[in-house]
Design a protein around this ligand. Structure first.
Ligand SMILES: Cc1cc2nc3c(=O)[nH]c(=O)nc-3n(C[C@H](O)[C@H](O)[C@H](O)COP(=O)(O)OP(=O)(O)OC[C@H]3O[C@@H](n4cnc5c(N)ncnc54)[C@H](O)[C@@H]3O)c2cc1C
Length: 310
């Protein structure tokens, strides 16, 4: 009798798409850390994706979806069951009326570029945010006071075993979050953009990209801002006030250039990054009386063979 994981592997190997066993997730996260996925699957289209989700449920296997892994800390023990990576689902339709529909795996900077080239305004402030459209929606990615949720019309998603369409109100985007969580998978996102003047939009994007390159040149693998800004505060200022720039646990270091970034200077484990996150939270609590909340999502299992202080 085959176990559920083997059964799922056999079924998915006949389905098309890319399938791997024991895939190191450090290859698929911007921090370059993370243990293996039991099964790692990149579907080519929405049909394969939906079929994989249903088969995982049928085989009694948990599933996890990842995009570009740029807001993700995968623990060193990896992720059990099926990990679905969406980057091949990158369809895009741009209507002349500003109605835009993007598949979940589309690269967000490409979406911004294509909309600006079509003279559509609304996404410029998101220029240069690395990630997929699905990941951006779940985290309500944004910058300079704008976020993807500001342009949202509706979302098609997989929820509790079936496909549903949620309105912007149901998605409920808030600062770096939404009502979409584990067990739900964004398939495609419909946005409403405004008509704009192409050269002006492009100039704005160019200026933002230049500023981003300057402020985020931290010289190491990272996942962007580690902590959310507490109401009325900037996380980086609190970390600075606590004197934590440069604090390190092994190769994991609070960036000397950007206090809300943690860089992997080479070979860090997730356990070391988590330990550093814990230290920063503790010291900011003691120094400033503020509880920092992580912006990055932490998933997977610890690896008892790779303790934090190895
Ligand atoms: C250098 C750098 C700069 C950054 N700057 C910014 C910034 O200015 N503003 C900002 O908001 N963020 C920023 N980020 C963080 C990151 O780019 C965004 O959060 C991005 O939107 C994450 O998308 P992703 O595809 O990488 O998601 P992932 O990191 O792969 O996943 C994030 C979460 O979304 C879930 N998820 C992914 N895809 C789906 C899907 N299709 N359906 C359901 N759930 C899904 C995952 O399970 C996970 O919980 C930065 C990161 C880096 C490395």
């Amino acid at each position: 009798m085959k176990n559920g994981l083997q059964q799922l592997f056999d079924n998915l190997s006949k389905s098309g798409g890319v399938l791997r066993r024991h895939e190191p997730l450090s290859r698929w996260t911007s921090w370059r850390v993370g243990g293996p996925a039991d099964l790692f699957y990149q579907p080519e289209n929405a049909e394969q994706l939906l079929s994989a989700l249903k088969q995982a449920v049928r085989c009694g296997q948990p599933w996890t979806v990842i995009g570009a892994g740029s807001n993700l800390l995968v623990r060193d023990g990896g992720i059990r069951g099926l990990v679905i990576q969406t980057r091949r689902l990158d369809g895009l339709q741009i209507g002349a009326d500003g109605h835009v529909v993007a598949e979940c795996g589309l690269w967000l900077p490409l979406l911004v570029r294509r909309c600006v080239a079509s003279g559509l305004a609304g996404l410029e402030e998101l220029a240069g945010i690395p990630g997929t459209v699905g990941g951006a929606l779940v985290t309500n990615a944004g910058a300079h006071g704008r976020s993807i949720g500001d342009c949202l019309r509706q979302v098609d998603l997989f929820n509790a075993g079936r496909c549903e369409t949620w309105s912007a109100a149901e998605v409920g985007c808030v600062y770096r979050g939404s009502n979409i969580g584990p067990g739900q998978l964004v398939l495609r996102v419909a946005l409403q953009l405004q008509q704009g003047e192409r050269t002006q939009l492009q100039n704005r994007v160019d200026a933002l990209l230049t500023a981003r390159r300057r402020s985020q040149a931290v010289g190491g693998a990272n996942a962007g801002s580690v902590f959310k800004n507490p109401p009325g505060e900037a996380a980086w200022k609190l970390i600075d006030a606590a004197g934590l720039r440069g604090l390190a646990v092994g190769p994991a270091q609070v960036s000397p250039r950007h206090a809300n970034f943690i860089v992997n200077r080479g070979g860090a484990g997730a356990g070391q990054i988590l330990e550093l996150i814990g230290l920063v939270r503790e010291k900011v609590r003691t120094c400033c009386g503020v509880e920092l909340e992580t912006e990055v999502k932490v998933v997977g299992e610890d690896n008892p063979d790779r303790p934090a202080e190895e």
